[in-house]
Design a binder for this molecule. Structure first.
Ligand SMILES: [Zn+2]
Length: 128
């Protein structure tokens, strides 16, 4: 049985089986108005989180900076307060979560923090 991709569904890397993680945008840049004219064309988004509140994404208020991916439960309990990853766009962040890569990287980072890589370095760990 083949399923046709839903109208408007993403087709990244030839896969339509995973949908982007749903998000809520939480922070927007202020529009710059000068002399009654908007200098910025659209409202840029600088912060968002997944609708389940597990992952949050934010970036510095300047062009070209990466998005930082945080795992909220780990930030709250203090087990991992640094970003799990850097991504190039908010869309990339949503894929990163949807594909399960965020969870995999989180587990690797937590294992590193707990000293599990002390004896043998994990080649996929960014901290080793
Ligand atoms: Zn490690």
């Amino acid at each position: 049985m083949s399923t046709l991709p839903a109208k408007g569904s993403p087709d990244v890397m030839g896969t339509t089986s995973v949908t982007l993680a749903p998000i809520i945008k939480t922070q927007f840049a202020r529009r710059i108005i000068h002399g009654g004219r908007g200098l910025t064309e659209r409202k840029e988004c600088w912060g968002a989180e997944t609708t389940d509140g597990v992952w949050s994404f934010d970036r510095e208020d300047s062009p070209g900076t990466p998005w930082l991916v945080y795992h909220q439960p780990s930030v709250k309990d203090g087990s991992l307060t640094t970003p799990v990853s850097l991504q190039g766009s908010l869309r990339a962040c949503r894929w990163y979560v949807a594909m399960g890569w965020a969870e995999a990287d989180l587990e690797r980072l937590l294992a590193h923090e707990q000293g599990e890589h002390a004896g043998e370095r994990d080649p996929r760990c960014v901290k080793c």
